[in-house]
Structure formats: C-alpha cells, structure tokens
Design a binder for this molecule. Structure first.
Ligand SMILES: Cc1ncc(COP(=O)(O)O)c(C=O)c1O
Length: 419
C-alpha cells in the first residue's frame, strides 16, 4: 500500500497532507535567493495552519507574518509569533479590528487610504501607542506581466502614486501614526524570473524616486513578491538563481546606505513557501456518463479545494493515480449540489472508477481556507501535517454557529418537531 493510500485509509478523505520538510526546503531556497538583509514575510492567506506557520518561524532565518485579519493574527500568535512581528495589511480594516490587533501588540500596518491611516491612528491613540504605517503604493506604471496583477489600474489597494504628494501632509500629520515607509505588492505569481526581477527593479527605482520627490525618508520598504509554484498541477517550484545579485545591484544603486541608514527591505510570499508541501487526497465517489460525456465525481470539490475557481484561477486541476494510467477526456466534479462544482471540464483524466484514490499535487496554498468550506454543509477536509514518515498533527476546521450572548438568543429547540 502506498503512503498516500495508508494515510487515506487511516484518516479518510478528502485529506490534505502537508510535509514540513518541503516547507523548510522552500523557505531555505527562497531566503537563499534573497540578499541576506532582506526580511521575508509569509502571507498567511496562503495557508494559516499553525503548524505550517510555526515551521516558518522555527529556523535560522525566520519569516515574519503578513496578516490581514484577527483570525490570521490568532494563527500567527498560536504559531509562537508576537503581534509586534506582524505586518497587518488590507484595504478595509475596521476601527474595532484595529483596536483589537493593536491591543494584541501589532504595530506595523500597510495602509491604503487617508481614512485607513486615520483609523490606525485613532486605534493606536486609544492604546496610548504610536503605530508605524507603510503607505501601500499603487504605481501608475508597471513592469512585468503576471497572472494576478494588483497595481497600475484603479484599485481598492494602495495610494495612487501620482496623487500621493497631495495627501502626504495630511497623512504625516495624523495623530497616533508615524509614516515610516512604503509597501508595494504589484503582482502575484510572476511568470518567470525575468518578470520578477523586472518588477522588483521597477519597484525599487520607483520607491527611491517617490521617497526623494516627496521628501519622505523610508525606514521600511516592502517590495512585495510574485514567487511562483504550480497550483494543483504537477511541476516544481520556481527557482531564482539570478535574483539575489539583481536585487543587490538594484538596492546598491538606489539605496546604497541601507545597511547604516535604512530602509529595512522586505519581500513577501505565500504560495511559494507552502504550495508544494501540500497534496490533496480524494476518492472517486462515482463515475457516470451523460449524453456520451464522462463525469468523475470526487468527494472533494470547490468546498475543499477551489474557492479560487470562482475567480478563474484554478481550472483545471490535475489528478494522478499511482502508476502510469491511460487517460481519457472527462469532467472532474465535486460532490456539491450545484453545477458550479467543477474542478476541470473535459480534461484528460486517468481512467477512474468508484473508490479509486486520486492525488492532487501542489495543493498546499489556497486550499481549505480559500474554498467554499461551508457551502452545502459538508465537513471540512482533514489536514494531516507530516515530517517525513512522522505524523505531526491531524486536525480539521470546524465552523459552528455561535449565538449572540447579549440578546441571549438560542438555537431552535426540537420541541415543535415532536408535536
Ligand atoms: C499583500 C499581499 N502579500 C502577499 C500575497 C501572497 O501572494 P502569493 O501567495 O502569490 O505569494 C498577497 C496575495 O494576494 C497579497 O495580496
């Protein structure tokens, strides 16, 4: 019996298996591709599982958490980080949320608007502290092409670079905050190393120009990410043999005094650090033919893996059987009672039958927590964390309805049903 068969037998399916050794390898490869002085943030949105987050902390060059909710902060704290280690991002931070996270020690924020900075300042003042605000910049120009571009167009993210000068005096005068740097996140999942380097070079040059033009010295500069790994299809993580030298050269040109005067430089990654660590195991519940077309129905659908499919980012996934199986065209669908539960339409699949175990590779990022976990009320998938042959933890997310304690409303009783 294969290792995956054994785990599936033991813990049931759908089952995520995450390998901590692979996470450590990804972290080592990525930090090795960056200049020594660059801080690497891990974006918990890729996978907030505390064991994975902890693995990114417990090593010789720890990542810091990039978070954007109280839930992600809880995961970072559970993994042993302090609030002060975190960078808190997102365009819609609420005053309540800000008060809560500042109370838990968060001090560094990426901010996206005048109102956002004001809210951070008010929450900081309520705690008697000063918060550091990075201004997220939505650059009017861009360099590379990517699958997910997040800048250069009208956006809820960041300050438009061309109008930053107008609002800066207001931002700098906001009580409770110190404007201490800039944050860029122009793209995710860069298509190759040249695109990534081009985007970083563009970002570094732009940050230097803006800083000089605005008279805004930078204590901290987050130049974003874009590191890539295949998503639910076979393949290897990207490798970046030229990145370190290219970044060093760009930083030497634009920030030659950074080792003594600053800014501290940071990058961010989600998917690269955890994507290849994860494999999703699912069983075929049924295979049916409708009007000459084959449908392979798995016990895992967009409730388990593929919240992102609604955003057009997932299709099609690739499933594997052990060994060399012949392939045939079929649609791969999940168990949900909605025609939208499709993981791949008319794709080449191994010839499958009911009960077969399939594996979906490179499924460690944007898995359960990026899926429609609660839609149609099926249990969340079990998540097993392993290190080599050792099982480190077995867990499952359990959404439940919590009743409001102020009004004291309660779950409906079953008394009426008995009548
Ligand atoms: C601000 C920010 N940081 C980091 C990430 C992580 O991106 P990736 O998983 O592609 O590395 C994202 C993704 O949307 C993001 O918006």
């Amino acid at each position: 019996m294969s290792r995956y068969e054994e785990l599936a037998e033991r813990f049931g399916t759908p089952l995520y298996v995450y390998d901590l050794d692979e996470i450590e390898a990804a972290r080592r490869d990525l930090t090795g591709a960056l200049p020594e002085e660059v801080t690497l943030f891990y974006a918990l949105k890729a996978n907030p599982h505390p064991d994975l987050v902890r693995a990114l902390r417990e090593n010789d060059r720890p990542c810091r958490p990039e978070i954007s909710s109280t839930g992600e902060l809880a995961a970072a704290l559970a993994a042993g980080f302090r609030g002060a280690d975190c960078l808190y991002t997102g365009p819609g931070k609420t005053p309540d949320e800000l008060r809560e996270v500042i109370g838990l020690g968060v001090r560094l924020f990426s901010t996206d608007s005048v109102t956002d900075v004001r809210h951070v300042g008010e929450a900081a003042l309520a705690h008697g502290v000063t918060a550091d605000c990075l201004l997220r910049v939505n650059s009017v120009t861009a360099s590379a092409t990517s699958s997910i571009r997040m800048t250069g167009t009208p956006s809820q993210f960041g300050f438009d670079s061309e109008t930053l000068a107008e609002v800066l005096p207001l931002l700098r005068a906001t009580p409770g905050v110190r404007v201490s740097g800039m944050h860029f996140f122009p793209l995710s999942n860069a298509k190759d190393e040249d695109s990534l380097i081009g985007e970083f070079e563009h970002t570094i040059a732009l940050a230097a120009t803006l800083s000089a033009d605005l008279g805004l010295p930078l204590r901290f500069l987050d130049i974003g990410g874009g590191f890539t790994v295949p998503y639910a299809v076979p393949g290897d993580r990207g490798s970046y043999p030229r990145l370190r030298a290219a970044l060093t050269a760009a930083l030497d040109t634009h920030f030659p005094d950074r080792h003594t005067e600053g800014p501290e430089i940071a990058c961010e990654s989600g998917r690269y650090l955890v994507g290849a660590s994860g494999t999703l195991l699912a069983r075929v519940s049924n295979v049916k033919v409708s009007r000459g077309r084959k449908f392979v129905i798995l016990d895992a659908g967009i409730n388990t893996f593929g919240g992102m499919s609604g955003l057009g980012r997932l299709l099609p996934v690739s499933v594997r059987l052990d060994g060399d199986a012949p392939v045939e065209p079929a649609s791969l669908v999940g168990p949900l009672c909605t025609p939208g539960d499709i993981l791949g339409r008319e794709i080449d699949l191994p010839v499958l039958e009911s009960g077969d175990l399939v594996t979906i590779p490179n499924a460690g990022a944007y898995g359960p927590t990026a899926s429609l976990l609660m839609f149609l009320g099926r249990p969340a998938p079990t998540e097993v964390v392993v290190r080599g042959d050792e099982v480190v933890s077995v867990s499952r997310i359990e959404p439940r309805r919590a009743y409001d304690t102020v009004t004291g409303t309660r779950p409906p009783t079953t008394a009426g049903a008995a009548r």
